[in-house]
Design a protein around this ligand. Structure first.
Ligand code: SPV
Ligand code: MG
Length: 581
């Protein structure tokens, strides 16, 4: 999920050392491109009630080179390495340790350190071999070690090139790889620590951890002697029976699994390529391949699709605002035109609606209709409800029937709401969804009007504090002003979403009721006087599902003069902001 993970350089750089301090050690996985990094970013297992994940990435020279089809012999230059590093950083949030090979010349190393530090990499590890090095794990390769004093100088030059104190320069001891034994390694470790190194990596290609563990005992003595213990790093590729937890107990702070994702993908690629050839078709190769939806999900295609859906929805749907009725408290003008902080409610609503990308806004006027002439937003479409004094909001809504066929949001004319609530409603996959709120219970003593109350199948949910907004959906079974407050689970906010299918259902039921409904209609005297609650109840009673989307902040109704004052204050201090958590 590419856009999902990110971290700014400062945040990411310091994460490595913080995690070491916090957890005692870090478990690092190799990454050689964006996809392998996303695997490392998201892989997790549950073990004894704990979730275990990787703490960061190793940008390996072996796997970076191999993924380009090249040997690990310092052939891939720094600009190409930086390109891969950037690719990984741009889709992830975890810290990164870069394998800097020998570091090249002192000057090359200085420039590399400066670039890595700036990008937010946490550490670079350079090995004390002569440039151009050969990969350490090949038993027959020639391994020539660098003069330790020259290497110590390179370390010091690299550290001086850092732009932050957090970036770590780590020295990798290749004495065991070159067959020179632990004494040589300790001698070199001492020189590098004196040169100011932030960490020591001891490397080995033995298939048991014996030699690295004997190094650790000598290293501990050395650190006590000089009263300085840089972080200790290992790469247990060949001695892979010992666990990370055991290595951490021996004193390793950083444990790097250096090449597994590349090796795993190479094996699967080869099996797949050969299977297609030998079967003369793809079917037999499927067990080696990830299903495409898994890849789509990993790289963020799901998010792209959902945003596309949202964008195409917002281009097609309208927001319909029935504003024809006469309000007993504000009888001199349509409620839409009541000003809050010098701006009519309608203007506040339009600004919010536009933020979500919905451009078609339909207002149904009736009472004091000519006052809308002063409200010159030429993008608003007006419809008239000439019978406003004998009808109610359902009749008003269907005065806009030409504009609701592709789906619509119904917004009461006297509510303020945030763009988040509107976006969540439009993003829903259900056909009829009402934004519902349960916080009325906390201030019911202040309520002096009959609320549109809602009863749901699930009852009221308990809210746990959470960093992220919970977009929970509940199924509505009944609603209306006469619902007993003790039975109700939610209050209807005055915002409802109807998909194209939802609009088709509503339209069909409306036509049917116009022709056939007689006498009182739920809580109203007639169908002509039906409220939205009455109509929703009819939809439910005809067997269609109507859902409630829980919100509990981010909207308010302007019911009376004191609401106008409250809204004005909230808008001024932006409390009606977007933190619907
Ligand atoms: C790498 O991953 O490139 C390393 C570790 O340097 S190793 O291959 O074990 O030398
Ligand atoms: Mg390497």
């Amino acid at each position: 999920m590419s856009l999902r993970f990110n971290a700014n350089p400062d945040e990411r750089r310091s994460k490595l050392i913080h995690t070491i301090h916090q957890n005692g050690f870090v478990r690092i996985i190799e990454a050689h491109n964006g996809l392998s990094a996303l695997v490392g970013e998201t892989a997790s297992v549950e073990y004894k009630g704990q979730t275990i994940t990787y703490d960061g990435f190793w940008e390996s020279s072996l796997t970076d080179s191999a993924s380009k089809g090249l040997p690990d012999a310092e052939i891939v230059g720094n600009p190409s390495r930086i390109h891969t590093i950037n690719e990984i950083l741009s889709v992830t949030s975890k810290p990164m340790i870069v394998d800097g090979d020998t570091g090249g010349s002192d000057v090359q190393f200085e420039y590399f350190v400066r670039d890595l530090d700036r990008l937010g990499v946490s550490a670079v590890i350079i090995e004390d071999k002569v440039f151009p090095k050969r990969n350490s794990l090949d038993a027959s390769a020639n391994q020539t070690l660098e003069d330790p004093d020259s290497f110590a100088r390179k370390i010091a030059r690299g550290r001086d090139a850092r732009t932050t104190d957090v970036f770590m320069v780590i020295a990798r001891l290749e004495s065991l790889i070159a067959g020179l034994g632990v004494e040589d390694a300790i001698l070199r470790a001492k020189k590098y620590i004196e040169a100011g190194v932030d960490g020591i990596m001891i490397h080995s290609k033995q298939d048991t951890p014996d030699e690295v563990l004997s190094f650790v005992s000598l290293f501990d003595e050395l650190c006590k002697e000089i009263d300085n213990r840089p972080v200790l790093v290992c790469v247990p590729t060949t001695y892979n029976l010992i666990t990370d937890v055991e290595l951490a107990k021996y004193g390793f702070d950083v444990i790097i699994h250096a090449n597994h994702l590349l090796r795993a993908s190479h094996k699967a690629m080869l099996e797949t390529a050969e299977s297609i050839l030998s079967s003369d078709r793809g079917f037999e190769s499927e067990p080696w391949c990830a299903p495409l939806p898994k890849i789509f999900n990993q790289v963020g295609f799901d998010q792209v699709k959902s945003k596309d859906r949202e964008a195409s929805k917002t281009q097609q749907i309208s927001v319909v605002i029935p504003a024809a009725g006469k309000d007993p408290i504000f009888s001199m003008l349509p409620k839409s035109l009541i000003e809050i902080n010098g701006k009519p409610i309608l203007k506040h609503q339009i600004e919010t609606i536009r933020k979500v990308g919905i451009n078609q806004i339909v207002v149904i006027k009736g009472h004091e209709a000519n006052q809308f002439e002063q409200f010159d937003d030429n993008q608003v479409i007006y419809c008239d409800n000439k019978e406003y004094s004998e009808t109610h909001s359902v009749h008003s809504l269907f005065c806009a029937s030409d504009y609701i066929k592709k789906g619509f949001v119904l917004a009461f004319s006297d509510i303020l709401f945030t763009d988040d609530i509107l976006r969540w409603l439009v993003d829903t996959e259900e056909d009829i969804v009402l934004a519902v709120d349960n916080s009325y219970r906390y201030h019911k003593h202040e309520i002096d009007k009959n609320l549109d109350l809602v009863v749901t199948r699930e009852g009221r949910t308990r809210h746990h504090r959470s960093l992220f907004p919970v977009k929970r959906k509940v199924e509505i079974i009944s609603m209306g002003k006469n619902v007993a407050i003790e039975k109700a689970n939610y209050e209807f906010t005055g915002l409802a979403y109807f998909s194209a299918e939802g609009a088709r259902i509503a339209n069909k039921i409306y036509s049917d009721c116009v022709n056939n409904a007689n006498g009182s209609f739920y809580e109203s005297d007639s169908f002509a006087k039906a409220t939205i609650s009455d109509f929703v109840q009819e939809i439910i009673n005809r067997g269609f599902s109507v859902y409630g989307l829980e919100v509990y902040k981010g909207w308010m109704e302007v019911h009376n003069h004191s609401d106008v004052d409250i809204a004005a204050k909230e808008l001024q201090s932006s409390l009606l902001g977007t933190d619907n958590d």
